[in-house]
Each structure stands twice: as C-alpha cells, then as structure tokens.
Design a protein around this ligand. Structure first.
Ligand code: FMN
Length: 159
C-alpha cells in the first residue's frame, strides 16, 4: 500500500513554498501551509528583528488551524526558511504541538547562504519520538536546478 505523504511548510517570501510544491509534484503528497495567526511583517528588517526576539525567547506563535488529522500520514516533510540558523517559529509550534511519534519526518529548508545552521539538531530535539531524516537544504529557491536536485534527493532517500 502506498504510504500517505504530507508536506508541511512555512514560507515568508515564497522560496520554501516553491520547494514544497516541487516535492508535492514529485511525490503526489498533500500540501499543508502553516500560517501564524498574526502574519509576520512584510518588511525584511522588521521580520528579521521580530524573528530574532521570538527565537531568543523560545516563543511559539499560535498557528491557524490548517493542519489535517495526522493519523493517516506516516511520512511528513517539514519545510522552513532558515531564520537565525533555526526553523521559523511557526514550524517550531507545529512540531511541538502535534504528536509525531512513530512518524518519519523529512526536514527541508531554504536559506540565504548559511545552509542548515542548527536546524537538524533543533528538529531532532522537537521530535524526539520520530525518525528524523537528514535535512535537505537549498539556497534561495534553488534556481533553475531546483526540480532536478529535489528529484535526485527524493530518489536517494527512496521516496
Ligand atoms: C527573519 C529572517 C532570518 C533569516 N536568517 C537567516 C540565517 O540565519 N541564515 C541564512 O542563511 N538565511 C537567513 N535568512 C534568509 C532566508 O532563510 C532565505 O531567504 C529563505 O530562502 C527564505 O525562505 P522563504 O521565502 O520561504 O520565506 C533569514 C531571513 C529572514 C526573513
């Protein structure tokens, strides 16, 4: 039986969303956009400052109720932009408030040159009962090579 795949992501400026959609096209999984109850400011400087404060304080913003019942999904891709070397707070909220025990979590991130930062360790810590695969990282939206890089990564991890 084909495993059910869910692709959960947060994206502020569209890069992570683009990657999530490419994963969706390759896997046929179900997309789920995480949205904070209160949207982050659009201005780059304002969001950078707000994110810094939230991450330093370990703040977990409320998120909208867009997440389906997770029971049918064995495999959950979880995508975030790299914000201050970690996941965006709405993704930390998703990971901490849902029961992900026994599930395979496949993290992916987009970044502005800092790569993964400590996203891998942070996700491992937020999902102690899950099997967490190695995080896949792309610079920006991955450019024109994104689709083939994503396809190669999915083949490598046997999805
Ligand atoms: C609040 C904030 C913090 C960021 N911190 C980092 C960082 O620490 N390292 C990095 O490489 N890029 C950082 N970036 C750049 C983003 O990770 C990058 O632009 C990403 O692709 C944005 O994804 P999105 O379009 O899905 O929101 C930051 C961007 C923002 C808005």
């Amino acid at each position: 039986m084909k495993k059910e795949i869910l692709i959960v992501y947060y994206s502020h400026s569209g890069n992570t969303q683009k990657v999530a959609k490419l994963i969706q096209q390759e896997t046929g999984g179900v997309l789920c956009e995480i949205q904070p109850e209160i949207a982050y400011p659009a201005s780059y400087n304002a969001v950078v400052e707000q994110a810094k404060k939230e991450i330093q304080a370990g703040y977990r913003p409320e998120i909208k109720n867009t997440v389906p019942d997770l029971e049918p999904y064995d495999t959950i891709f979880v995508g975030s932009p790299n914000w201050w070397s970690t996941v965006a707070p709405p993704i930390a909220t998703f990971l901490s408030k849902n029961n992900l025990s026994g599930k395979t979590i496949i993290p992916f991130c987009t970044h502005g040159g800092g790569g993964l930062g400590h996203i891998q360790q942070d996700i491992n810590r937020l999902c102690p009962q899950s099997r967490v695969l190695d995080c896949f990282a792309l610079y920006g939206d991955g450019g024109t090579g994104a689709k083939s890089k994503i396809a190669a990564w999915l083949r490598k991890i046997d999805i």
